[in-house]
Design a protein around this ligand. Sequence first.
Ligand code: XIL
Length: 377
Amino acid sequence: MRPRRFVAIASALAAVVGLAAASLAACSGAAETGRVAPPASQTTTTRASCTHRPDACTTRQAADAAGVTLGTAVAASHLDQADYRRTLLETFNSITPENELKWSSIHPTPDTWNFGPADQIVDFAQANDLQVKGHNLIWDQKVIGSTPDWVLRIDDPAELRRVIRDHITTVMHRYRGKVDRWDVVNEPLDTVGSGLYDNHFRHVLGDDYVAEMFRIAHEADPEAHLFLNEAAVEYQPAKAGALIALVKRLVDEGTPIDGVGVQGHLISGSVEPGVLRTLFDELRSLGVAVAITELDIPTSSDARPLDAQATVYGQVLAECLDASCREVTTWGFTDRYTWIDDFLGPGRAPLPFDRSYRPKSALNAIRDELLLHQNGN
Ligand code: XIL
């Protein structure tokens, strides 16, 4: 059963993409019977030989050779599993803590800091030469409970500003030089719609809170690359327009914003060709970097679900890389551990490795696009 807290968001999004709520779970298990791709090479070639002999590359080497940050969300609690670590290290050159840096995880009460799980991930990254994306500093999504109650109870703007500054500064200082980029504000826009999400920060601080958060983060770590991260723009042209307008306003006002992440939870299993390319081109024209930050593509009721899924993975990679986006991060990598099981129901198999860590056709599609884009082509 899906956790109750996810059902409201999933249903609202299902309406947007034109899916009946029931059909969200209709193809449970479809992917489990599909074929898996042959294993990617496990050899340890250098970057140079990888460029000349693409078949010998690990996916991570293919990403390095293409100059692409290929990331995945990870959970500290899985890092003790050998299969999990091996697959992760052969495939990705960047990781994002899935939950460990969120305010409610790392700073659950005013005087409690729970750094352990995030430290574990950052130490693992350091030991294995992985980049780390920090996710996230500010996110008040009411249904998910991403901001702890003690913060939501602060109604005095001066006090809230003091608490935010302390939180952002403490977290960014702890990981300075180890986390090179941060989602400063996650999901500032309405999940469904095109207005600013009426979250607690906006409610107390006013509409300019988004810019203010970026200024605080920039003061805390002037070297860090600062991102705004947004969801569900792939199916909502009005929301994509609102995102572009918001970023333009921030840039015009001189806000220290470096990039925009598009989450890429493709809950319908597809996205209209050209939508992402156009969005990324428009954002790039504002002078910011662009990235896909939380990609997962649930299988649908297609006759060949894994092939259909692979096609969409390839399409997304191609549109992103063609628009000079230099990061694609998947929200997990094995169907064994995916939030989609809670969000949409089990069995939708949205990730590039199956539950036994065997690469799926989706991984080949990702590799093919990376190899095509080697040397910045
Ligand atoms: C999700 C995690 O994957 C789950 O484990 C957690 O229970 C809820 O949050 N958009 C985001 C991510 O920005 O932080 C969310 O991650 C998924 C949606």
